[in-house]
Design a binder for this molecule. Structure first.
Ligand SMILES: C[S@@+](CC[C@H](N)C(=O)[O-])C[C@H]1O[C@@H](n2cnc3c(N)ncnc32)[C@H](O)[C@@H]1O
Length: 294
C-alpha cells in the first residue's frame, strides 16, 4: 500500500496505466459499483489525457500535480461522492454539461427523450420547444444544439438550477436561441410551442426511502420527489398542456420503468392522439409522447 502521511494513497512516481490499475483495485476493495470505469474517468480528468492517449502513451510517469489530484479524487470517491460531483460536469448527448449540487446530473437514459423530441420537431419549419423542469438545461440545450433552426424556453422552480442552465447554454453556444425563466410548471409561461418535453420528478414517496445514499445526498430532493404515487407532476403537466401546444404539437415525457400504463392513461384522459411508449436501451419503458389535435 502506497500511503501519504494523511492516509491517502500516493500516486507519485507511477505511470497513468499503473495508477489506473491501483485505483481500480482500491475501488474494487471498497465495493465501488463501477471500479474500472470510475478509475478511468478520474485518471482522464486528472491528467487531461484522452482514452487513446492512455492506451498509446499510458506508460509515461504522472506529473506530480496530476498525481496529487488523483489522490484527492480517490479520497472523494471513496467517501461516497459521485464522479459528476467530483468533476463538476457530466457528459450528455455528446456534450459536457456543468453540474452542481443544485441540479440533477443528466442521466444517459434521458438521451432517449432528446431523440423523441428531435423526431417530433423534424417536420417543423422554425420549431419552438418548451422544457419543463429544465435543471442543468441538458434536454433543451441538446435539442437546440442538434436542431439549428429551433428556439426554446427552459423553466424550473429553482433559480439555482436556472443559473447552471444559462451557463451551460452560453458555454455550448445556444444562449441566443434559449430563454430560461423561473416558473412552477406553466405558471409564468406564455405562448404556444411545437414541442413540450419534460423529465419531471417521478419517484414515489415509498421509493424515495429506498434510494441509494449517493442519490439522496447529491441529487436535489425537488428533482426527484413525485408525490405519493409519483404521478403528481405528470397530472399538472398534461392537464394544461393543450393551452401551450400548437395544433399538431407534441409532448414527450420521461417516466419511471413502471409508470408507462399510468402515464399512458393520463395522455388518453387529456385527449392526446398518436400516443406512443418508447423503451430505452436496457428494454425498460422510458418515454411517453402524444400529439395535440386541439
Ligand atoms: C428530474 S429533474 C430533471 C432535470 C433535467 N431536465 C434532466 O433531465 O436532467 C426535475 C426538475 O424539475 C424541477 N421542478 C420540480 N418541481 C417543479 C415545478 N413545480 N415547476 C418547475 N420545475 C420543477 C426540479 O427543480 C428539477 O430541476
Amino acid at each position: 500500500m502506497r500511503a501519504h502521511t494523511d492516509g491517502q494513497i500516493s500516486y507519485s512516481g507511477l505511470s497513468a496505466r499503473s495508477a489506473k490499475r491501483l485505483m481500480t483495485k482500491q475501488f474494487r476493495e471498497a465495493q465501488v459499483s463501477f471500479p474500472e470505469e470510475d478509475a478511468m474517468e478520474l485518471i482522464l480528468a486528472a491528467t487531461g489525457m484522452s482514452r487513446t492517449d492512455l492506451t498509446l502513451d499510458g506508460q509515461a510517469l504522472l506529473e506530480p500535480e496530476d498525481a496529487n489530484k488523483l489522490s484527492n479524487f480517490e479520497a472523494q470517491r471513496l467517501s461516497g461522492e459521485p464522479i459528476d460531483s467530483i468533476l463538476g460536469w457530466r457528459e450528455f448527448y455528446g456534450r459536457r454539461f456543468k453540474v452542481t449540487k443544485d441540479v440533477l446530473s443528466p442521466r444517459a437514459d434521458t438521451e432517449l427523450l432528446v431523440q423523441c423530441g428531435l423526431k417530433a420537431l423534424s417536420e417543423k419549419m422554425v420549431p419552438t420547444c418548451l422544457d419543463l423542469g429544465t435543471g442543468s438545461g441538458a434536454i433543451l440545450i441538446s435539442i437546440l444544439s442538434e436542431c439549428k433552426d429551433a428556439t426554446g424556453l427552459g423553466v424550473d422552480i429553482s433559480e439555482d438550477a436556472l443559473s447552471i442552465a444559462r451557463k451551460n447554454a452560453r458555454d455550448l453556444g445556444v444562449i441566443n436561441r434559449a430563454g430560461f425563466i423561473r416558473s412552477e410548471w406553466y405558471g409564468s409561461v406564455m405562448g404556444k410551442y411545437d414541442l413540450i418535453v419534460s423529465n419531471p420528478p417521478y419517484i414515489t414517496d415509498k421509493a424515495m426511502k429506498e434510494l441509494e445514499p449517493e442519490v439522496i445526498q447529491y441529487d436535489p430532493d425537488i428533482s426527484l420527489r413525485g408525490g405519493p404515487d409519483g404521478l403528481e407532476a405528470y397530472r399538472a403537466i398534461l392537464s394544461e398542456s393543450a393551452t401551450y401546444l400548437k395544433p399538431g404539437g407534441y409532448i414527450w415525457v420521461e417516466i419511471g420503468y413502471d409508470q408507462a400504463e399510468a402515464v399512458h392513461s393520463l395522455f388518453v384522459q387529456n385527449d392526446f392522439v398518436d400516443i406512443d411508449v418508447r423503451k430505452d436501451l436496457s428494454g425498460q419503458n422510458r418515454c411517453v409522447g402524444g400529439k395535440n389535435l386541439s
